[in-house]
Design a protein around this ligand. Structure first.
Ligand code: GDP
Length: 327
């Protein structure tokens, strides 16, 4: 494989080259890994920075409808948009619900858009880690916006927030008592809450839901990286398009403010550190499964823990001592 040529074509923004490069990144083969790292180094061009938008929401809330409409609004402004997904179900089944080909049909035909389903890896950590690499590759390919979608199920949201400049939570209109159902953790990482489906009969409920969340956000937190009025709750309709433009204005206002006040760089710096540490952590875990002896030891100690013969902490200590001894 000619990595120089592939790097050149990715930098020129060729979508087919980008797709090939991503396949390389997602491969688990050791030789592919080495090539992917080389590609990463060759495409790391200073100054190419996209706005990274994370988007989460439970199935059915309207994520794909929103991305289709919002993505088209952005490409109509001449912006190039890449859509990636972190799908926790792909970690379990090897298949991806977010990769469904019929989603975002119009956007996928738009020459200024690039849509890539979730990588299928055996672990969520693996899925997120590869997606994080792909984000930087999309920036190298000159995309202005990289939108990373995930399903609202705990850990995957945190991982996507860790690779986003702005994290959006999409919610459906609902009665006040359902406010309790949204985990506090997600409210803490969301920069904007968008109440979708604010159209037709649902409009009034959506407005009420919005003010409930606005109140809750206001009570909950004030972070130094938020300007006045953020985190913000807004209503949108992915179907009618109402509120999409307004939400884009707010995203830009937030991004500009953070850039002007140094929060942008700080956030990216701490995210880079996080992914470095995560990579080391995953690398150490991989070491454990590479050596047959370590694998057996993990299995035996795991069995001891499962059967109650050993406490988890004691077993972990013993495992780490084995690792030390093996060096
Ligand atoms: P996802 O699972 O989060 O990707 O949700 P989808 O985008 O597939 O949407 C789920 C359902 O909600 C579909 O039937 C959509 O037509 C509908 N839907 C999405 N956005 C809106 C909206 O803004 N208004 C209304 N009324 N329905 C919507």
């Amino acid at each position: 494989m000619d990595i120089d040529d592939l790097a050149r074509r990715v930098l020129a923004g060729e979508r087919r080259a980008l797709a090939r490069a991503i396949t390389l990144i997602e491969s688990n083969r050791a030789d592919h890994r080495a090539l992917a790292l080389e590609l990463g180094a060759k495409t790391a061009v200073a100054g190419r920075e996209a706005l990274r938008l994370g988007l989460s929401g439970t199935p059915g809330v309207g994520k794909s409808t929103f991305i289709e409409a919002f993505g088209k609004l952005l490409t109509a402004r001449g912006l190039r948009v890449a859509v990636l997904a972190v799908d926790p179900s792909s970690a379990r089944s090897g298949g991806s619900i977010l990769g469904d080909k019929t989603r975002m049909e119009e956007l996928s035909r738009d020459p200024n858009a690039f849509i890539r389903p979730s990588p299928s890896q055996s672990q969520l950590g693996g899925v997120a880690r590869r997606t994080r690499e792909v984000v930087t590759l999309c920036e190298a390919a000159g995309f202005d916006i990289v939108l990373i979608e995930t399903v609202g199920v705990g850990q995957s949201e945190t991982m996507v927030a860790e690779m986003s400049d702005i994290f959006l939570l999409l919610l459906a209109p609902a009665g006040g008592d359902e406010l309790q159902g949204v985990k506090r953790g997600i409210m803490e990482i969301a920069d904007m809450i968008l109440i979708n489906k604010a159209d037709g009969e649902l409009k009034a409920v959506a407005n009420r839901t919005r003010s409930d969340y606005a109140g809750a956000l206001h009570l909950m937190r004030k972070r130094p990286e938020d300007p006045e009025g953020f985190p913000k709750a807004m209503t949108v309709s992915a179907v009618s398009g109402d509120g999409l433009e307004g939400s884009w204005d707010e995203m830009r206002a937030l991004a500009d403010w953070r850039r002007a006040h140094g929060h942008w760089e700080r956030r990216r710096a701490s995210q880079a550190r996080h992914w470095f540490e995560e990579e080391v952590r995953l690398g150490l875990l991989a070491r454990l499964s590479e050596s047959p002896e370590m694998r057996h030891c993990m299995k035996d100690l795991g069995d001891s823990v499962a059967s109650g013969r050993m406490a988890p902490f004691a077993a972990a200590r013993e495992m780490l001592a084995k690792l030390d001894a093996a060096r």
